[in-house]
Design a protein. Structure first.
Length: 159
């Protein structure tokens, strides 16, 4: 049994199950996927299967793809700063600018992904997921790699 890491048929809790670090959350689930099990009692949700984790990872991958297609190009060229200042007015402090920009980016990402995932429960918090993905991607983004997504493949238990 593990609790609050995956929700079969639902999106993660707000802010990706309240994760401080998405990488840690992803790696935990990768370890869970790599273990030998058929179903799990997830505690606060329905019985779950490995396919439920795979679905969660597909959802998260879509959010990372939205960052790469909708946010990263404008950031890489510097256009994002000008657009945000124009939209929100000149004279913004760095903190206010950054808060507005992250909120705008999360909204853009959420709108891009929502149509595909609106059928699952808890998508009301998709913007908070996009916010956390933005944070992770921005802090770890390397334009030379051309992409930034966590590795979502299972981690097998060493024997």
């Amino acid at each position: 049994m593990y609790v609050d890491f995956n929700y079969p048929g639902r999106a993660p809790l707000a802010y990706v199950s309240s994760s401080h670090n998405i990488t840690g959350w992803v790696n935990f689930l990768r370890h869970v996927q790599g273990e030998d099990w058929q179903f799990a009692n997830l505690g606060h949700a329905n019985i779950g299967y490995k396919r439920d984790i795979e679905r969660t990872f597909a959802y998260m991958e879509d959010l990372y793809d939205a960052f790469m297609s909708e946010i990263a190009p404008a950031w890489a060229t510097g256009a994002a700063i000008g657009e945000s200042v124009q939209k929100n007015g000149p004279g913004l402090t760095a903190g206010v600018f950054w808060g507005n920009y992250v909120d705008e980016a999360a909204e853009i990402m959420a709108r891009k992904v929502y149509p595909k995932w609106q059928h699952i429960a808890q998508t009301e918090v998709i913007r908070s997921h996009a916010y956390k993905v933005f944070e992770d991607a921005f802090l770890n983004y390397n334009p030379e790699l051309g992409t930034l997504k966590p590795d979502f493949s299972p981690i097998k238990l060493a024997k």
